[in-house]
Design a protein around this ligand. Structure first.
Ligand SMILES: C[S@@+](CC[C@H](N)C(=O)[O-])C[C@H]1O[C@@H](n2cnc3c(N)ncnc32)[C@H](O)[C@@H]1O
Length: 336
């Protein structure tokens, strides 16, 4: 499909059809079609809100093809054309399944159910994306928010893979999407790429340690310290815009604190998680609303004092928020 056709197909399922679009679909060298910003877009801006064309579970190619074929017949002609015009990395016997496999985005984190969209599915991948896709399970709408400032003329990008060092990312992108990534991270000089790889491996390692319930139970100080270390690595790798990774880290720190009874820190961590999430997905998703509620009432969480009451706040703790470093050390219980 050429970029003209792509531009014309944009509006039907978009939720903000009357507003001037912040982007245009055009051909990008070596990437097919992509979306390019038509204006400067500040961090935290909602760029696209779109309903799915089709939703499906993964399945054997033949069975998936039959399912998609019957679902396609239920769509109007314009929607059918939009679906059929999407990129297919797996041409052959099962073209509908190939389109789905190339384009589907999960309906929620970790969900095996995927959906395709006429516009959002034109967004290409970067290992340092400037935007994030999020599924809202209440409204059944997918959103794209700017997670860092985007300059007019810059391509809008999201992240397709699970992260990790460049060799792992490259292999996964090649296998699932058929391209060799040459984004700003992957095309760095070898020495810088090695440093980035070391940070991304460390991020995965720390993430695993923080998620370990035994460490959280037996050595919550260590878990919080890991959260603090992760924050430093995220800042080094992603600069001022760690996006959803920061939201998750703060939520983990919330869970560690509340499980041992520390409502004061838990409330601060929940608020930080909320603020980070707000930038990535707005204030409409059930998850964002829940984290906001927990910032106000941390003890409403089901694990309040589930592990111990050793951090239960007995008196109002004083902390000086003016001295950033001291505040961070207090918050993450770093003693030396
Ligand atoms: C969901 S589609 C994105 C839109 C697609 N470029 C198009 O023309 O419709 C995914 C496909 O786009 C291409 N693609 C996405 N990101 C890319 C990148 N960073 N470099 C090269 N190709 C990319 C790959 O062919 C991939 O399988």
């Amino acid at each position: 499909m050429d970029s003209d056709t792509a531009s014309k197909t944009q509006n039907s399922i978009l939720e903000q059809p009357n507003e001037p679009l912040m982007f245009e679909a055009k051909t990008i060298p070596l990437k097919g079609i992509g979306l390019v910003a038509l204006q400067d877009i500040p961090q935290g801006t909602l760029i696209i809100r779109e309903r799915p064309l089709l939703v499906a579970r993964p399945g054997a190619p033949g069975a998936l093809e039959d399912f998609l074929s019957s679902e396609l017949k239920k769509l109007d002609k314009a929607s059918q054309r939009q679906f059929l015009s999407l990129h297919n990395n797996f041409p052959g016997k099962h073209p509908f399944a190939g389109i789905m496999k190339t384009n589907a985005l999960p309906c929620g984190s970790g969900s095996e159910i995927g959906a395709v969209y006429p516009t959002i599915c034109r967004i290409n991948h970067s290992c340092l994306p400037n935007s994030q896709n999020t599924w809202n399970s209440d409204t059944k709408i997918e959103t794209i928010f700017a997670i860092r400032p985007i300059k007019c003329g810059e391509e809008i990008t999201i992240m397709y893979d699970q992260g990790g060092p460049s060799t792992v990312r490259q292999a996964s992108l090649k296998q699932s999407f058929g391209f060799k990534c040459s984004c700003v991270v992957c095309s760095q000089p070898p020495a810088l790429l090695r440093e980035s790889d070391a940070r991304r491996s460390r991020i995965q390692q720390l993430d695993g340690q923080i998620g370990d319930p035994f460490q959280m139970l037996k050595s919550p100080e260590k878990s919080l310290k890991d959260c603090h270390s992760l924050l430093q690595v995220l800042k080094a790798e992603y600069g001022a815009y760690p996006g959803a990774l920061a939201a998750r880290l703060y939520y983990d720190a919330f869970q560690i604190s509340i499980a041992h009874g520390d409502k004061t820190r838990a409330s601060i961590f929940a608020e930080k998680s909320y603020q980070a999430r707000l930038m990535c997905e707005g204030n409409e998703t059930p998850e964002v609303k829940r984290v906001k509620m927990l910032a106000t009432n941390p003890s409403n969480h089901s694990t309040f004092m589930a592990y111990s009451s050793k951090w239960k706040n007995t008196k109002k703790e004083k902390f000086g928020e003016d001295d950033n470093e001291a505040f961070e050390r207090w918050l993450f219980r770093i003693s030396n």
